[in-house]
Design a protein around this ligand. Structure first.
Ligand code: URA
Length: 245
């Protein structure tokens, strides 16, 4: 935007050069923002307490309902927005039915996912597949994605800054799919999506709302591999989910 404040006729933006690109990018941002406001139910440029409350309730990220997953993927491009990009092999966008009624959200890609560019394809993924099958669903019937799209080195938890940078893409994916149910896997997923601090051990067993979608938090399959006695709890959560469908 600095390009528009240089002053003097000789400094006016060059319509065929970099200023034009900046202008188009800025216009695109404004358009997206206005579309998000419309999607949130705001009318016009009204800054009334009522509208501000609506905006707050939706969170700060840009959400529009008419984006496709392909458009979001294209927007991610060869992402360099955070340091995770330096060590990743593949961006792990998500996989499954773009019109799924149920979305599973994990934490972030591990080694296998980073190698393949697909979420939940390692040991935890094989267990997630079994859970999905036990629900009488196929992997292709649901959508599977993560809070962050690049592997944190050594499979550490993603840092708050990395989550903050990446989560708008997840929120746009959710808006594009608009599932009825979201099953978050592990603490990082539920905390990041709902912006809360409680661990999954405290949250599971209850239902939450993300906009008008039902969120079912449960344990992460990798945690189940280390604590098989917790599988019973996850199955209780999945049964509850199936009863809701
Ligand atoms: N763990 C996750 O949280 N996500 C994956 O994609 C794989 C393992």
């Amino acid at each position: 935007m600095a390009a528009f404040h240089k002053g003097g006729d000789s400094q006016l933006p060059d319509p065929s050069g970099i200023y034009r690109e900046n202008f188009i990018a800025a216009l695109d941002g404004v358009t997206r923002h206005l579309r998000s406001l419309t999607a949130m139910g705001c009318e016009g440029f009204d800054c009334s307490a009522e509208n501000l409350e609506r905006i707050n309730a939706w969170g700060s990220s840009v959400i529009s309902f008419d984006e496709t997953l392909e458009e979001i993927y294209t927007d991610i491009d060869d992402c360099r927005r955070c340091k995770l990009s330096e060590s990743r092999n593949h961006i792990v966008f998500g996989v499954g039915d773009p019109k799924a009624r149920l979305v599973f959200i994990g934490e972030g890609p591990g080694y296998d996912e980073d190698q393949k560019g697909e979420p939940f394809v390692g040991a935890a993924g094989r267990l997630l597949n079994k859970i999905i099958q036990a629900m009488n669903l196929r992997r292709e019937d649901v959508y599977i994605c993560n809070i962050v799209k690049c592997r944190p080195p050594g499979n550490r938890n993603p840092l708050p800054g990395e989550i903050k940078t990446c989560i708008p893409f997840l929120k746009r994916q959710i808006a594009a799919i608009h599932p009825e149910f979201i099953c978050t896997l592990g603490s990082v997923a539920v905390q990041s999506l709902l912006n809360i601090r409680d661990p999954v051990s405290k949250l599971r067993g209850n239902l939450y709302q993300y906009h008008n979608m039902t969120v079912i938090p449960t344990f992460h399959p990798a945690y189940l591999l280390r604590n098989p006695e917790k599988k019973r709890d996850v199955w209780e959560d999945m049964k509850k989910l199936m009863e809701l469908q």
